[in-house]
Ligand binder design. Structure first.
Ligand code: NAD
Length: 320
C-alpha cells in the first residue's frame, strides 16, 4: 500500500515508518521538524520505498494514499505549552487538512489522539466511553482540546463524508528516539540519571502513569488501521500503573546512578492518575502490550546513553 505518515520525524512516527517499510509498504513521511529530528529517519532513508516531504500540516497537502496515519503534533507538555496558539492550530488545521486529503482520495485515516482527552480523570481506569475532565482554559488545554476537536473532526468527516476513520487514544509511550530534552517524564528521568543530576519529581511523587513501550504501541496502531468495522476511539497503552517515585527508583537502579530525588511543585492541571482500560483493544484488535517496564526502560537507557556517548551500568535489553 501507499501510506502517508504525518509527524514522521518524531519518536512514534519514525518507528511507525520503519515498521510499515518492514512490511513492504511504500511510505511517505511528512514533517516540519518542529519537535522531530532528521536522524530519526536514518533507517527509513536507507529504504527505497521511503520518501520524505518537509511540510507544515497547518497548510494543505496533496498526494494519493491508501492509508494516512496522522501523528503530527507536538506531544510533550513543555513543547506544546511553548507556543499554545500554534499547538491548537496544528491540531485543528493539521487534522482538517489530513482529513480533507483522506476525503478527496478515499484513504483510510487514523488519528493519533491521546489519553489527555480524559484530562484529570474522575473515572479510573479510563474507559473509552468516559467523556473526560479537561480544564478548557488551563495551560494544557491547547493540546487536550486540540486533540478533542481533532477527534470531533474525524467523526464529523465520517458522518458527513463517510471517511473511513480510526481514532486511537494513546497513553504515555516511551522508548528510543524520544527527545531527552522535551520534558517527558521517562526521557527526563533517564537523562538526569545518566548524567548524575538530581531527578526532578513533581508533587509528592505519588501520582501515577502507565507506560507503554513504543514497539507495542506501533503494533497497536497498525492493527487498528487494518481492522475492519471499528472506528474507535480505542485506548492503547500499558495498564500497569507506577507512581513517579517508583519510576525514578527503577531508573536509578537500572542506571546505577548516584542521582538524588528533588521534589518540585506539581504543575497546574497535572493528572493525578492515568491508566487505560484496554479491554476493547484486547477484544477487538487482539492486542496486548508485551514489553515489561523494566525491559523497555533498559533498552531506552542503553539507547540514550549511547546517543550521549556515555557508558551505562544498564544490565539488560528488551531486544537482548
Ligand atoms: P514527537 O514530538 O516526537 O513527534 C511529533 C512529530 O510531529 C514531530 O516530528 C514534529 O516535528 C511533528 N510536527 C509537529 N508539528 C508539526 C507541523 N505543524 N507540521 C508537520 N509536522 C509537525 O511526539 P510523539 O511522542 O512521537 O507523538 C506522536 C503523536 O502521538 C502525536 O500526535 C502525539 O500527540 C501522540 N501521542 C503520543 C504519546 C506519547 O506518549 N508518545 C501519547 C499520546 C499521544
Amino acid at each position: 500500500m501507499k501510506i502517508l505518515v504525518t509527524g514522521a520525524a518524531g519518536f512514534l512516527g519514525s518507528h511507525l515508518c520503519d515498521s510499515l517499510l518492514g512490511q513492504g509498504h511504500r511510505v511517505t513521511g511528512l514533517d516540519n521538524f518542529r519537535t522531530g529530528y532528521a536522524e530519526n529517519l536514518e533507517l527509513a532513508n536507507t529504504n527505497p520505498n521511503f520518501e520524505f516531504i518537509e511540510h507544515d500540516v497547518q497548510l494543505p497537502f496533496s498526494g494519493s494514499y491508501d492509508r494516512i496515519f496522522h501523528l503530527a503534533s507536538p506531544a510533550s507538555p513543555p513543547m506544546y505549552q511553548l507556543e499554545p496558539i500554534e499547538t491548537a492550530k496544528i491540531n485543528f488545521l493539521g487534522t482538517l487538512n489530513a482529513l480533507d486529503l483522506a476525503h478527496s482520495t478515499g484513504a483510510r485515516f487514523l488519528l493519533a489522539s491521546t489519553s489527555e482527552t480524559y484530562g484529570d480523570p474522575a473515572v479510573h481506569p479510563q474507559t473509552e466511553d468516559y467523556w473526560g475532565n479537561v480544564n478548557q482554559i488551563g495551560p494544557r488545554a491547547c493540546y487536550d482540546e486540540g486533540k478533542r476537536i481533532s477527534e470531533t473532526l474525524a467523526f464529523d468527516f465520517h458522518r458527513q463524508h463517510n471517511v473511513d476513520i480510526r481514532v486511537v487514544r494513546i497513553f504515555n509511550t516511551y522508548g528510543p528516539r524520544m527527545n531527552p530534552n522535551d520534558g517527558r517524564v521517562v526521557s527526563s528521568f533517564i537523562d538526569q540519571a545518566i548524567y548524575g543530576r538530581n531527578i526532578t519529581i513533581f508533587g509528592n511523587g505519588q501520582q501515577t502513569r502507565s507506560f507503554c513501550f513504543y514497539s507495542d504501541l506501533v503494533n497497536g496502531l497498525m492493527r487498528m488501521m487494518e481492522t475492519d468495522g471499528i472506528l474507535g476511539p480505542i485506548n492503547l497503552g500499558n495498564p500497569s500503573e507506577v507512581t513517579m517515585l517508583e519510576l525514578a527508583q527503577q531508573i536509578i537502579a537500572l542506571t546505577g546512578s548516584s542521582a538524588e530525588l528533588e521534589m518540585q511543585p506539581l504543575p497546574i492541571d497535572d493528572p493525578k492518575r492515568r491508566r487505560p482500560d484496554i479491554t476493547k483493544a484486547q477484544k477487538i484488535l487482539g492486542w496486548n502490550p508485551t514489553v515489561s517496564l523494566r525491559d523497555g526502560l533498559a533498552e531506552t537507557i542503553a539507547y540514550n546513553a549511547k546517543a550521549a556517548g556515555l557508558n551505562t551500568l544498564c544490565e539488560t535489553s528488551a531486544t537482548g
